[in-house]
Design a protein around this ligand. Structure first.
Ligand code: FDA
Length: 304
């Protein structure tokens, strides 16, 4: 349903809607997919997931960062959540977005900002820091910064989007880094990205298989797609791939029972847990991926 997808992606990019939603607080189903607006409720969520054998990657939500002040504030919030996780001795690391740390303001400033997070992460038990993949127009800058940071730090990794025609080359370039493999969440043109689900799924499987057979580092397979997950389970069995060389990941609030099932089966599992006031863009992208997620909204409205 490309029209529906375009509609929600357009909403996710609407600054006015994002600002208004921030003032309103998480509503209309977002509460089910955002762990909370503050660090305390997020730590509670992580502790509960840890009890179920699930680790977490925390995303301090933030969209439309246009000033150095906002970018520095985001950096400080990220350091604070890392500190709190370390002090609470819980299984969690952070996922960060370089747009939030200022990439559309100044690249060198963003590099320094991100470097600061990685330095602090080293103090917190060399905690892993994942740099999320974003819109293609931001990826060039993100890659430049990552290329510098990967030479300085061993606790940084990133995300490969299978919808990109060039995904295999990008993945090979980063073969020594811990990588998360995803299908890709943004709207990109046909000259950059595959457009159909069949093409994207085919490329995704190709990437996963290649990575699992050749990787020098840990791999996260981030999907809610049971067909892909079943394929991976069979593939690792057939090729005798060590279960500790990879994990599955899902987004908080989606297919939770399935996540528990995979963790109970002995697979490493990490939940992506977004938190903070800036929930709107994140939630609209989830509706764009799967309009059935609208059910989450309806459930909220009728249970209010
Ligand atoms: P997809 O949406 O293609 O669904 C495939 C099938 O799975 C569906 O047809 C349905 O049968 C089943 N299914 C999916 N969701 C379901 C649900 N909620 N309930 C029941 N059945 C369901 N993207 C990006 O560009 N940059 C990034 O950094 C990240 N990071 C990231 C982290 C994590 C942990 C995840 C899980 C995802 C991302 N993504 C991302 C998003 C990713 O690129 C992608 O858009 C979404 O995961 C949606 O694709 P899926 O692979 O989940 O399945």
């Amino acid at each position: 349903m490309p029209v529906v997808k375009d509609f929600f992606i357009a909403l996710s990019n609407n600054k006015f809607m994002n600002e208004s939603a921030k003032r309103m607080g998480p509503a209309l189903g977002a509460k089910k997919v955002v762990a909370g607006v503050d660090i305390d409720s997020t730590i509670d969520t992580v502790e509960k997931l840890n009890e179920r054998g699930i680790s977490c990657t925390l995303d301090n939500l933030g969209e439309f960062v246009t000033s150095r002040h906002e970018a520095l504030e985001a950096q400080q919030n990220i350091v604070e959540i890392m500190r709190r996780c370390y002090n609470a001795n819980i299984q969690a690391h952070v996922s960060i977005k370089l747009t939030q740390l200022g990439i559309n303001i100044d690249k060198d400033f963003t590099y320094q900002n991100t470097r600061e997070i990685l330095l602090k992460a080293q103090e917190f038990d060399n905690s892993f820091v994942n740099i999320d993949a974003e819109k293609f127009e931001d990826l060039v800058g993100i890659t430049e910064i990552l290329d510098k940071l990967k030479n300085e730090f061993n606790n940084v990794g990133t995300v490969i989007q299978a919808y990109l025609h060039d995904a295999m080359n990008i993945m090979d370039k980063y073969q020594d880094l811990r990588l998360r493999l995803v299908k890709g969440a943004y709207k990109e043109g046909p000259h950059i990205a595959y457009q159909t689900k069949e093409e994207i799924d085919r490329n995704y499987i190709k990437l996963i298989e290649h990575r699992l057979l050749t990787a020098n580092a840990f791999t996260s397979i981030a999907t809610h797609d049971h067909n892909i997950i079943n394929h991976v389970k069979q593939f690792v069995k057939n090729h005798n791939i060590d279960k500790n060389s990879f994990e599955f990941q899902m987004l908080y609030g989606f297919r939770t029972d399935y996540a528990y099932e995979l963790a109970d089966e002995g697979y490493n599992f990490t939940m992506y847990v977004p938190f903070g006031e800036d929930w709107f863009g994140y939630f609209m992208r989830r509706l764009a991926e799967r309009p059935q997620n609208i059910n989450l909204m309806l459930l909220d409205i009728f249970s209010a």
